[in-house]
Design a protein around this ligand. Structure first.
Ligand code: ZN
Length: 223
């Protein structure tokens, strides 16, 4: 008779389970929290929230945007680990202010209408980039920048497999548009800290909305 072996872990480095994990360790509504959920159902409160600890990350930075200081060391560690595999990244977007989002969004509304604006830009106060905890990463040299095909680049593949080890999660996974409100964005990573990232990885939970049971999807007054 064959014995039934337990299923092997799905990565070479086993993820230790985190018995001490607590779902209430951080707020999901406080904009300063590393677990804050900003989506099309849950704007930041206040809508014009701005972090007070913005720094310039030490990396190629296409638009010169800062990130919150709390994520800079993790970002540096992640990029150093990728560099060990010969992979380089650049930052396409980090923190974007409420005022920036107002001008970007309103310009698209003026030229193409609100429906078109909502497909390409978050409404002011609703963008995760306003938290300073989200990064749009691209390959260096550039390949498939801000395109779905980034997922198939060595950099995109590496991030998908390893970002959680540094506290980052792929925020808008493929096939989760009804839950996150956004189509697949293999370049958009969100810092949540290593505890939550490891817990989501260990439990196979792909979105913050599903993990915390928070509503998402499209705007309440879409269209
Ligand atoms: Zn993004």
């Amino acid at each position: 008779m064959q014995s039934t072996a337990p299923a092997a872990p799905d990565s070479a480095t086993p993820t230790p389970t985190t018995p001490a994990f607590r779902r209430d360790a951080h707020s999901t509504s406080d904009p300063t929290s590393i677990w804050v959920i900003a989506n099309k159902k849950h704007p930041l409160q206040p809508a014009d929230y701005a972090p007070t600890d913005l720094v310039r990350p030490d990396m190629r930075n296409v638009n010169g945007q800062p990130v919150r200081q709390v994520i800079a060391p993790a970002l540096a560690q992640m990029l150093a680990a990728a560099a060990q595999s010969g992979l380089q990244f650049q930052l396409q977007s980090g923190y974007r202010s409420y005022a920036t989002q107002v001008s970007v969004y309103n310009a698209i509304v003026a030229s193409s209408g609100r429906a078109a604006a909502d497909t390409s830009s978050a409404r002011p106060g609703f963008s995760e980039h306003q938290t300073g905890l989200a990064v749009d990463l691209s390959a260096y040299p550039a390949s498939c920048t801000l395109q779905a095909c980034f997922a198939g680049t060595p950099q995109g593949t590496w991030l998908a497999a390893n970002a959680y080890r540094y506290g980052f999660v792929l925020r808008y996974p493929e096939g989760k548009e009804q839950i996150t409100g956004y189509t697949y964005e293999p370049w958009h990573y969100r810092y949540v800290g290593t505890q939550l990232a490891a817990e989501m990885h260990a439990t196979g939970t792909q979105t913050l909305e599903e993990f915390f049971g928070v509503t998402g999807g499209d705007y309440a007054n879409a269209g």
